[in-house]
Design a protein around this ligand. Structure first.
Ligand code: MSP
Length: 511
């Protein structure tokens, strides 16, 4: 039986249109899901939408719609975004689905039955934009007197009856859990941040609201709806079929990795494991958080008018190009800037020149000089062996980087081989060997195909369409494109299709 792997994206608030921040985490999760499938895992990849709470209720009111109708519309837009980004998700969850209500209510009951929920009164600050409670000590005051959360969101004073989760009792258990699971939070800077937050002491958490009703009803407590973050986090459990522990997907729990943005780490790395442990369930294995994108060095915001629509980006530069840029341009955990100039450079230098030309040069020589058939392997020189060894080491190197979500390093490993192959072709000059030593020319071209094959195989998760095209041109059978199949050599004499460019250059449109 294949080992299981469960990866998730955050579920996105349906208060507005998707932007590149959403597309980014989703693409990273897709790259990981595709990689794991390629590497022999049985993968469950989940994405979806977060539809309850005041933030969505307010956005619906502003649009003049009832929350359900509004959520239906925006959720459809997120589904379309997922398709346009080439996501290979196995499920798309909406928190307004009945399966989700059932799971949330059962989780609540288990936590309550275990004695971790009590009824009280909440009085304090709340930021609707973050759907988060804040302590007075965390706030700053603007000259006009408005109080601001660390995220920049305005807060309001809330006073209402509320159920509480006894989070204050979980400090030691959480700290022990982080110690025993050093890989639980990535990157390490976030782990330190979370640990010092927990060491500072935890307040009990308000987990129900009574001043509005766009949420999941608390069982046996008329007037209370669940705090939207308890509802939202539970999506990861709902999709496994829980509480039906005979459901096939329940076998995927605990999740292997939740990919999230750095702003929502506290919910995932503090509240979520505490809720699960309180219900007697295993916490996820890892929470890996990404940094934020700015645009041309500026924070993206509606007021600046610089919010980038991911589908427009794809229409301008191409899907695989955008996926590559996202994964290559900055470390996953770090912040980074997206700019037109850096996109064009990556596309034209790394994709079109380095990789595209390598394939084009090698394959057109085979088309012209080897009757379009894959030449047989020959006696290897030291240079041949060095290139082939470097190419064959890629799966191991990439596997290690993927498991740590250092996607940019995985791509750097691949590009080292691509650059080495370009150096090799220049030095070997097979176009000259054609006259002086045609047998050696054939061997050199075969070495190039054998080196490009693992390159294209491991790049499939990043750029599925372009690499399918490249593997077609390399004569790699469709059913032999996974990591395990790299062990068997390609058949000598395989007829290769006429070569055609894999990556067009990005040409500026005339103004
Ligand atoms: N609904 C919650 C998540 C619940 S998960 C159980 C939420 N939704 S969100 O739509 O506001 O944000 C989703 C993700 O987008 C967050 O992880 C956030 O970090 C990310 N981003 C929002 N703006 C971003 C950038 N400018 N750059 C990168 N990611 C950013 O939070």
């Amino acid at each position: 039986m294949k080992p299981k792997f469960y990866v998730t994206t955050p579920i996105y608030y349906v208060n507005g249109a998707p932007h590149i921040g959403h597309a980014y985490t989703s693409i990273a999760a897709d790259v990981l899901a595709r990689w794991k499938r390629l590497d022999g895992f049985d993968v469950f990849f989940l994405t979806g939408t977060d539809e309850h709470g005041q933030k969505v209720e307010k956005a619906a009111a502003a649009a003049g719609l009832d929350p359900r109708g509004f959520a239906d519309r925006v959720a459809a837009d997120f589904r379309d975004m997922a398709d346009k980004m080439g996501l290979s998700h196995d499920d798309f969850i909406r928190t307004t689905e009945t399966r989700h209500t059932a799971t949330c209510q059962e989780l609540w009951r288990r936590i309550a039955d275990n004695g971790h929920i009590y009824l009280g009164h909440y009085e304090g600050f709340y930021a609707v934009r973050d759907e988060a409670f804040y302590d007075e000590s965390e706030l700053t005051t603007k000259p006009d007197g408005t109080r601001i959360a660390p995220s920049g969101a305005p807060v309001e004073w809330v006073r209402e009856p509320s159920y509480f989760f006894d989070l204050s009792k979980w400090q030691d258990k959480l700290l022990r859990f982080y110690e025993e699971n050093p890989d639980f939070i990535a990157p390490n800077s976030r782990r330190n941040e979370v640990m010092s937050f927990v060491r500072g002491g935890l307040n009990d958490l308000s987990i129900s609201r009574t001043t509005f009703n766009w949420g999941i009803p608390v069982p046996d407590a008329p007037g209370h709806v669940m705090y939207v973050w308890l509802d939202a986090l539970t999506n990861y459990l709902t999709a496994t079929g829980w509480p039906d522990e005979s459901a096939e997907r329940w076998g995927f729990w605990p999740a292997d990795v939740h990919l999230i943005g750095k702003d929502i780490i506290r919910f995932h790395a503090v509240y979520w494991p505490a809720f699960l442990m309180a219900a007697g369930l295993a916490p996820p294995k890892r929470v890996s958080s990404n940094g934020w994108w700015t645009v041309e060095g500026e924070k993206m915001s509606k007021s600046l008018g610089n919010v980038i629509e991911p589908r427009n980006l794809v229409a301008t530069y191409g899907l695989d190009q955008v996926r590559y840029f996202f994964m290559r341009e900055k470390p996953f955990g770090a912040d980074g800037s997206m700019s037109h100039a850096s996109l064009v450079t990556r596309i034209n230098v790394e994709l079109a020149n380095d990789l595209g030309n390598l394939a084009q040069r090698s394959l057109s020589l085979i088309a012209r000089n080897c009757e379009g058939r894959l030449p047989a392997r020959g006696e290897a020189t030291a240079e041949d062996t060095a290139l082939l060894d470097a190419a064959n080491a890629l799966p191991g190197l990439v596997r290690d980087k993927m498991d740590r979500q250092v996607f940019h390093e995985a791509l750097e490993d691949v590009w080292k081989v691509i650059r080495a192959a370009n150096g090799y072709i220049d030095r070997q000059a097979p176009w000259a060997l054609k006259k002086t030593d045609p047998a050696r020319m054939a061997v050199v071209l075969r070495v190039l195909v054998d080196a490009m094959r693992p390159v294209a195989v491991v790049l499939q998760p990043f750029m599925p369409r372009s690499m399918a095209n490249m593997l077609d041109q390399l004569g790699v059978p469709v059913e032999a494109r996974d990591i395990a199949s790299l062990a068997a050599p390609l058949a000598d004499g395989t007829a290769l299709p006429p070569p055609s460019g894999v990556f067009p250059r990005h040409v500026e449109e005339a103004a």
